[in-house]
Every structure is written in structure tokens, then in C-alpha cells.
Design a protein around this ligand. Structure first.
Ligand SMILES: [Zn+2]
Length: 225
């Protein structure tokens, strides 16, 4: 478990808990004024997530999902029952991934459960966390229904498997689209600003500016279409 070093005084705080054998970054986002929060992408390892929530004394009000892959949302149904809170996201185009969660999780030796989101998300939807607001951006390419969450006040984004430190999301799965992925990154992520820090679905955080300068798959100086 780790906090983002860039955001100690930010109004929206973030904490990352790697879960499942794939070390997927489940995030706790919470309003530092009200201590109301959301869990993003609870792929599994529910006890570790509950432990982090209890230690920080966060009041979790919603579960947010970036996309339908089992390592991101295989634990959403269980956590929703335990915390009695709604599941919000991803975009409806990921329904077919959600339907395959149990069989895909089993291949990696853990349990994942199908769920029905209480709300599907669309581009430019807004979600509140305490006094803070998350803007939703639909970013297809890794999966067709992938969404990312952006908080302007804290210069923070949670981007799932769209962009990583020094890499980008895979687009070779069913429904993946490399050109759409590149377009999502350039048109939806870069406008959030070079100083914006992002939590990727796997690995360490970075900033959009760092990736624009150094990411071999998408840097401004690279061979991007
Ligand atoms: Zn994924």
C-alpha cells in the first residue's frame, strides 16, 4: 500500500493497494475534508482493501470501475455487498468482459464474480467524492468500454490500463483497437495537463508530462500516427 508522493496536501487523496496475482492497482480515493471516499477497481483481495479503508477511517460511498477485465473488477460484487454501496462504471460496451469474469479469473487461480453496475458511465459524466468531483472520460482502445477518472483540483487521474509508466495498454484482446487507444491518450488524457499525476492499472504512478517526453509508445517525439 502506498500514497502518491505528489499529493500530500491535495484535496482528493489517493492510496494504491496492489491486488490479485496480476498486482492490479486498486485505488482508494477520498476527500481530505470529509473523509468520504470511493474504491476504484477492486479486482480481488478484499481483506486487504477493507484493511486499508479501516486504517484510514474512510467512509466508502461508491465503487468505481475503469473497465471490465477480471483483475480490475472481479471483487466488485463482493465488496459492494460488504460495504453496501453502488458499483458505478465502466461504459456499457464492456458488458461482454464482465460476463467472462469468472472463467478468466479462474485461469489465474482466483475467484471473480459477475456484477451488474448500478450505473453505466458515459464520456463527461461527473462523480462526486465528498467535496470533490471526478470527471469521466471514455477512453476506448484497450477495451471498448474503458473509462478514466480525473480530478482537476488535485491534478490526479486514475487511468486503468490505458496508459502506463513507459508503456501503453494492450490492444490485442477482443474489442481492442490500437488506433483508438492512441487517439484516447492524445485527445482525452493529454488535455488534463502535463503536471497531472496518474495511477495506472499496474506499476508505478507517473505524470502525463513525463510520458509525453519519455514513453516510447506515445511520446510527442515518437512515431505516433
Ligand atoms: Zn485490462
Amino acid at each position: 500500500m502506498s500514497s502518491l508522493s505528489t499529493s500530500k496536501t491535495a484535496p482528493l487523496q489517493a492510496m494504491v493497494i496492489p491486488v490479485t496475482p496480476l498486482r492490479q492497482n486498486c485505488s482508494l480515493l477520498y476527500c481530505s475534508e470529509t473523509m468520504q471516499g470511493a474504491v476504484v477497481d477492486p479486482g480481488g483481495d478484499i481483506p486487504a482493501i477493507l484493511d486499508a479503508i479501516a486504517k484510514k477511517q474512510i467512509s466508502i460511498e461508491k465503487i468505481l470501475i475503469t473497465h471490465g477485465h477480471f483483475d480490475h473488477c472481479g471483487g466488485a460484487a463482493a465488496l459492494s455487498r460488504i460495504l453496501d454501496c453502488p458499483i458505478i462504471g465502466p461504459n456499457k460496451a464492456d458488458q461482454f468482459w464482465i460476463d467472462q469474469i469468472p472463467e478468466n479469473a479462474r485461469q489465474y487461480g482466483f475467484e471473480g464474480e459477475v456484477f451488474s453496475p448500478d450505473q453505466w458511465l458515459e464520456d463527461k459524466d461527473e462523480i462526486t467524492i465528498g467535496h470533490q468531483c471526478l470527471i469521466v472520460r471514455h477512453c476506448p482502445g484497450h477495451t471498448p468500454g474503458h473509462v478514466v477518472f480525473y480530478n482537476a483540483d488535485s491534478h490526479l487521474a486514475v487511468v486503468g490500463d490505458v496508459l502506463f509508466r513507459n508503456s501503453i495498454g494492450r490492444s490485442d484482446f477482443t474489442g481492442g483497437d490500437h488506433n483508438a487507444l492512441i487517439k484516447s491518450i492524445i485527445e482525452k488524457l493529454w488535455p488534463m495537463g502535463r503536471d497531472t499525476a496518474f495511477i495506472p492499472g499496474h506499476g508505478r504512478p507517473s505524470t502525463f508530462g513525463t510520458e509525453r517526453d519519455h514513453n516510447p509508445f506515445i511520446a510527442d517525439t515518437g512515431l505516433v500516427p
